[in-house]
Design a protein around this ligand. Structure first.
Ligand code: SF4
Length: 395
């Protein structure tokens, strides 16, 4: 926690002479004109940005860094989900598609041009609408991403903990937006990314170094104040990496709703607080085989929970026609939470017999056998890729 300071409340800042706000905006824009980053979706200096490109990049950037997005942006057009695999937060890809259809069929092909109308598009919230409206149309909107919030929290020494400080920071940031709104919001993002970094900000190089309240108080690295961390629950389970003689790996499609919807995964058992014993795990296997547990654990952090997976591997002479891989039938199960029915339906007692209601035909739409070298070209999210790689890593 930073030492108690008195941050300026929005109304105090609004009461500041507009001349000082204009001076702050002008300093930042002058810095931006020299130091602006070159990004694949950013218009050349002095040129108006294409709304489609801004929209696409802003959706891709949600909860992701500029560095991670650059390469993905270039190959986006081909296959949305496959190209997106590894970037995370896959609902964004589906939202882009839904929004494109909405614009084409219900908006006469005309892309919305104000923050208010942009919010009607699936996946476009307050921040994204503000960013597109400002960058593509120069509407006076603030676009307060984490970088911008950090800079404004420091400029005005706002010590209200996040996320409670968000509305205060948005009001402070909005009050600074000048006529060149698009350049201003991008300048704020660039300043946060290149100069006003979370650790060791380069204050001497900052256009606001003379105005910054946190720098004057020497508390810049302590702002914004983070909310105390809440421990994320830990879930554990087993995954099954099956490989045929050609080296192809069995993947199955996840349900269309819920966590990592419609993406691919190796067959997984239920997730609970404890790992299943080897005997319990084998009851969750997709088919009977000489499953062997691979040493080690795959760990992955989701937004709301941590996941640990033990990986069982098997090599099969013939691809099975029927899989005991029931799709979760409830939203809870789709999230990977305990699904006793899933375990029951996967018992080895049902294997080796004729297909029954407890088995699922390994339909081409639901399953895929993918060569290890082609895993990068299918919609395999990062966590599932880690599991497959762990299964393939070894004799
Ligand atoms: S002076 Fe330092 S802390 Fe203040 S806005 Fe600039 S880089 Fe950030």
């Amino acid at each position: 926690m930073p030492p108690a300071t008195k941050s300026k409340k929005p109304e105090q800042v609004f009461n500041c002479r507009s001349g000082s706000r204009l001076r702050l905006s002008a300093r930042l824009l002058a810095w931006y004109d020299i130091h602006r980053r070159v990004l694949p979706w950013r218009a050349a200096k002095g040129k108006r940005a294409d709304p489609y490109e801004v929209w696409l990049s802003e959706i891709m950037l949600q909860q992701t860094t500029v560095q991670a997005v650059g390469a993905y942006y270039r190959k986006f057009q081909d296959e949305v989900l496959a190209a997106w695999a590894g970037l995370g937060y896959y609902a964004r890809a589906r939202n882009l598609y839904a929004a494109a259809k909405l614009v084409a069929h219900q908006m006469g092909g005309k892309f919305p041009a104000t923050a208010e109308t942009l919010r009607a598009l699936p996946g476009v919230g307050g921040y994204t609408a503000g960013a597109i409206a400002a960058i593509a149309y120069d509407e006076k909107q603030a676009a307060m991403d984490a970088n911008a919030e950090r800079v404004i929290a420091r400029l005005y020494a706002v010590d209200t903990p996040m996320p409670r400080a968000k509305s205060e920071l948005h009001a402070l940031g909005s009050a600074l937006v000048p006529d060149r709104a698009g350049d201003f919001v991008q300048a704020l993002m660039d300043l946060g990314s290149a100069i006003c970094t979370p650790k060791r900000p380069a204050c001497p190089n900052c256009p606001w170094t003379d105005d910054c309240r946190a720098r004057k108080l020497g508390i810049q690295e302590q702002l914004p104040v983070k909310a105390p961390k809440v421990a994320r629950p830990l879930k554990r389970g087993a995954a099954f990496v099956a490989r045929d003689r050609s080296g192809a790996v069995l993947l199955v499609k996840r349900p269309d709703k819920g966590l990592l919807a419609s993406m691919l995964e190796p067959p997984l058992g239920a997730w609970s607080e404890k790992f299943p014993s080897p005997a319990q795990a084998l009851k969750q296997a997709p088919f009977e085989a000489a499953w062997k547990k691979r040493p080690g654990i795959v760990r992955h952090g989701f937004t709301h929970f941590e996941l640990e997976i033990e990986v069982y591997v098997a090599e099969v002479a013939k691809r099975p026609t029927y899989l005991c891989h029931p799709r979760p039938s409830t939203a809870k199960a789709a999230r990977g939470e305990g699904d006793p029915g899933r375990q029951k339906r996967c018992g080895p007692e049902s294997l080796g017999s004729l297909p029954s209601a407890r088995e699922t035909r390994a339909s081409p739409g639901m399953t895929k056998w993918v060569k290890a070298g082609d895993l990068h070209s299918v919609a395999l999210p990062t966590v599932m890729r880690k599991i497959v790689e762990h299964g393939l890593d070894g004799p």
